[in-house]
Design a protein around this ligand. Structure first.
Ligand SMILES: Nc1ncnc2c1ncn2[C@@H]1O[C@H](COP(=O)(O)OP(=O)(O)OP(=O)(O)O)[C@@H](O)[C@H]1O
Length: 313
């Protein structure tokens, strides 16, 4: 495993200059999404309203199955909303919208292609050729993999593969970068390094970032705002009182998930895990997700990261 790359200041400055100052406003207007036949459909999302500012980093958290990935897919134009609409800079998101790029938990690299070629697959058609090769070289440098350009995916670690996946997403210079549990499959140390890399990348390419995570700490460390997705039925009985998990699931499936709360984080990123504000919000967010820790509010609760899908204790 290589160490996390540090992006040179000059590169940061140069890369930021060519970005539009206002691109990447994402707006969700009463977005809903259902699956299944009419009359027997399962409502997954309902009435999601939000505005995400250009250059903002938003984390989406929620219990397993609450609709986080569905929301991200709708934002990226990979799936149409059943109701409502999503716009980027005021115009509707199109299928596989060229203004956004998506990276997933698995790097999804072509095994028989070199890392450089895998990254080049993300280039817009018009940017192939010399310009494209130069952009790939810059991206390899940005993610600290220049010397591995000709390696195949089987010859690199999971963390390195995830860096290639990020570089491929950035190749199209997206206004909006959508990440579905980008670090979920990585070990804790690699994950910490990837946090720093994501912030470096964001400084170099200050696009709007929306990332889904199960890890409340990750959200608190990286995001400007945290969106908590879930059903009101589940939230109102998060402590399990009165209703069984099955009852909550049935009620949730009927009503669909929405934005239960939005938390704004004022301190600069990356945030310290030991700050009072961090610990207070961590406790609150976990409680909103139905995870009740033995430690009192404001006290660290043992492990360094807490999986938001951990069942209530
Ligand atoms: N294409 C589909 N067809 C039918 N149901 C779907 C489809 N995609 C998602 N769902 C359902 O929508 C619900 C939400 O799924 P989604 O993957 O968005 O949740 P999630 O919050 O990202 O879950 P996890 O945290 O476990 O990844 C689930 O019940 C899932 O089964």
């Amino acid at each position: 495993m290589t160490t996390a790359p540090t992006v040179p200041d000059a590169q940061l400055a140069g890369a930021s200059q060519d970005r539009s100052a206002s691109g990447g406003v994402v707006e969700l207007h009463s977005v809903g999404k259902s699956f299944g036949e009419a009359g027997r459909e399962r409502v997954v999302l309902r009435d999601v309203d939000a505005r995400i500012e250009p250059g903002e980093i938003v984390a989406v958290i929620g219990a397993s199955g609450s609709g986080k990935s569905t929301l991200l897919r709708v934002l990226g134009g990979l799936s149409d909303p059943t109701t409502g609409r999503v716009t980027i800079d005021g115009t509707p998101v199109q299928p596989y919208d060229p203004r956004s790029a998506v990276a997933f938990q698995e790097a999804r690299l072509l095994p028989w292609r070199s890392l450089a070629t895998n990254i080049a697959l993300g280039l817009p058609r018009r940017a192939r050729g010399v310009e494209g090769r130069e952009r790939v070289a810059r991206l390899l440098e940005l993610v600290g993999l220049s010397e591995f350009a000709e390696h195949r995916p089987r010859e690199i670690s999971g963390g390195m593969a995830q860096r290639v996946s990020l570089a491929r997403a950035l190749a199209r210079r997206p206004d909006v970068l959508l990440l579905d549990e980008p670090f979920g499959a990585l070990d804790a140390l690699t994950r910490l390094r990837m946090h720093d890399l994501l912030l470096d990348i964001h400084t170099a390419n200050p696009c709007t970032v929306v990332f889904v995570t199960h890890d409340v700490d990750e959200a608190l460390i990286l995001a400007d705002r945290i969106f908590v997705v879930g059903t009101e039925a589940a939230a109102s009985t998060a402590d399990g009182a009165g209703r069984s998990a099955d009852d909550r699931d049935i009620a949730g499936a009927r009503e669909g998930a929405t934005l239960l709360r939005i938390d704004e984080l004022a301190e600069p990123r990356p945030r310290s895990r030991s700050s009072k504000e961090f610990l207070r919000l961590r406790h609150e967010l976990l409680a909103a997700l139905g995870v009740h820790l033995h430690a009192e509010a404001g006290e660290p609760a043992g492990g360094s990261t807490e999986d938001a899908t951990t069942p209530a204790r």
